[in-house]
Write a protein that binds this ligand. Structure first.
Ligand SMILES: Nc1ncnc2c1ncn2[C@@H]1O[C@H](COP(=O)(O)OP(=O)(O)OP(=O)(O)O)[C@@H](O)[C@H]1O
Ligand SMILES: [Mg+2]
Length: 334
């Protein structure tokens, strides 16, 4: 079994109840991403004025845990329409997609999560559906095959993906608007932790919130997960107000250091520094040398290491920065 990463933003079973309990139910509770919220408000308002139940199809992309699913639900709520959710990998045949599309109600949002993992053969079905709300079904095989053209309810497609580059360009171009979700600022993460703490009925000193936020990799899902771990830790200790010291102890106990890095991240930096003399190192070589999968490096380690200035990406590969060198040196001395 793969080692579980506490600071991975990828959804796990453990997050299920937490995600549901803490998911913002209104735009007011959805912290940050101001530009996206503004744009969506305009799009929805314009559709309302046109008395159109649908808006243009939207594509959200960004790393795991940044709020794509939450945002999609909020859009449907703002539009006052139903939402049907489906995971890209579960759409295996064009027939699966055809069945979903014909069962939508007029105006519904169809949310396809991980849309980059939808079977490519479904794209032929989805293009006319997105453009003209029509289905072109091929019935039968060989010379007997014929096409059936069906009208389907008008709908709004919202796609979410962590890997925009894996989406074909014809599919990408059929979305009316594409939004990239950025990482949050430490201040925004603090606000998210504050809100979550109050929903969970926790009392916390401001310093403890700052400590958790600074190690949350600018990611709401990681922040909520660390908050839960700190809560469990302080419950065991029997304290009723969470203090900075407890937060620090809990996070060190989980092997998450003051920079928000855990052993996997440090290993990448160490490998880059010692085996590749700081780089540049290609993704494949780095993956082999650190015994990690390329996907894991791209989706879990790299976004944060890049954002916090530990590595840089150059055309010739990944390079460790001076900050990384100093950080690893300092840890060696501890
Ligand atoms: N802007 C935000 N404000 C407050 N909480 C947020 C925000 N964005 C995300 N969250 C919290 O983080 C959790 C994860 O967000 P969400 O499931 O929407 O991420 P995602 O981008 O869809 O991730 P994945 O790519 O793994 O599906 C939510 O349940 C919510 O509690
Ligand atoms: Mg999601």
């Amino acid at each position: 079994m793969k080692k579980k990463k506490k600071v991975s933003p990828i959804f796990t079973e453990e997050d299920k109840t937490l995600d549901l309990a803490l998911r913002p139910q209104s735009f007011k509770d959805y912290i940050g991403q101001t530009n996206i919220k503004k744009n969506i408000r305009v799009i929805v308002e314009a559709a309302k004025r046109r008395k159109d139940p649908c808006i243009e199809h939207l594509l959200f992309y960004g790393n795991s845990g940044l709020g794509k699913t939450t945002l999609s639900y909020l859009v449907a709520k703002e539009m006052k329409v139903g939402i049907r959710t489906i995971a890209g990998p579960s759409i295996k045949k064009s027939g699966d997609l055809a069945a979903i599309l014909t069962n939508l109600r007029e105006g519904d949002v169809l949310f396809i999560d991980e849309i980059h993992r939808m079977n490519r053969t479904c794209e032929e079905i989805i293009y006319p559906a997105m453009e003209e709300f029509r289905l072109n079904l091929i019935i039968g095989k060989g010379p007997m095959a014929r096409t059936m053209n069906l009208k389907i309810p008008r709908f709004t497609l919202i796609g979410a993906t962590t890997r925009l580059a894996l989406l074909s360009s014809p599919l990408r171009s059929r979305f009316g608007a594409t939004f990239r979700l950025d990482s949050y600022t430490t201040k925004e993460i603090e606000q998210i932790i504050k809100r979550s703490a109050s929903l969970l009925g926790l009392r916390m000193e401001q310093d403890s919130i700052t400590t958790i936020a600074s190690r949350s990799r600018f990611n709401p899902r990681v922040a909520n997960r660390l908050l839960k771990r700190v809560r469990d830790f302080s419950e065991v200790k029997g304290s009723n107000v969470i203090k900075k010291k407890e937060a620090e102890e809990a996070l060190s106990f989980l092997d998450i250091d003051e920079a928000g890095l855990e052993s996997g991240d440090r290993k990448i930096l160490q490998v880059l520094l010692s085996r590749f003399n700081g780089g540049p190192a290609g993704l494949q070589s780095l993956a082999i040398a650190s015994s990690e999968e390329e996907e894991t490096i791209i989706e879990i380690y790299e976004p944060y290491l890049l954002q916090s200035g530990f590595i840089q990406r150059t055309p010739r590969g990944r390079v460790a920065t001076e900050k990384a060198r100093k950080y690893i040196d300092k840890r060696r001395k501890i």
